[in-house]
Ligand binder design. Sequence first.
Ligand code: FES
Ligand code: FES
Length: 151
Amino acid sequence: MIQLKVNGVDRKFEGDPAMPLLWYIRDILGLTGTKFGCGVAMCGACTVHLNGEAIRSCVTPVSMAAGREVTTIEGLGADGLHPVQQAWIEQNVPQCGYCQSGQIMQAAVLFNANNALADEEIERVMQGNICRCGTYQRIRAAIKAAAKDRR
Ligand code: FES
Ligand code: FES
C-alpha cells in the first residue's frame, strides 16, 4: 500500500505501484485539471508538483509519490488563487487552455523559488512545456507580472 498526500489530503493507494501518477490523479481521484498530452515527458501538459518540484506525472509511477506530497492545479492556491494563476487571468494567457494547467504548475515552481526572473531563466524553466496555440509571449508576461507584484 502506498500512502501519499494529494492537495493536502492523506490518501492510500492499493493498486499497481507502477501506474502512472497521472492516471491515479485523473482516473481514481477525479482531478481532471491535469492533462494527458504526449505520455512521454515531452509536452508538460501533465505537470504537477511532487514535494514542491515540477514533475511529469505521465512518466512518474505512483510509487515515486510514496510518503510525499502531490499538488495539482486544483490544490495550487492555498487561499484561493495562487499569484501565478491571478497573473494568468490578468494577462489573459490561455487560448484553448489544454496546456495551461501544466504551464501554471511549472511557472509556480519558478515563482515559489523566488529566482531572478530574467527572460533566459523563464525560457530555461518553461522550455519543456509546449503550447500548440502559441501563448508563449503571454505566459512570459504573466510570469513577469506575478514576480513584479511580489516585490
Ligand atoms: S503528457 Fe506528460 S509530458 Fe506530455
Ligand atoms: S493554450 Fe492551447 S495548447 Fe496552450
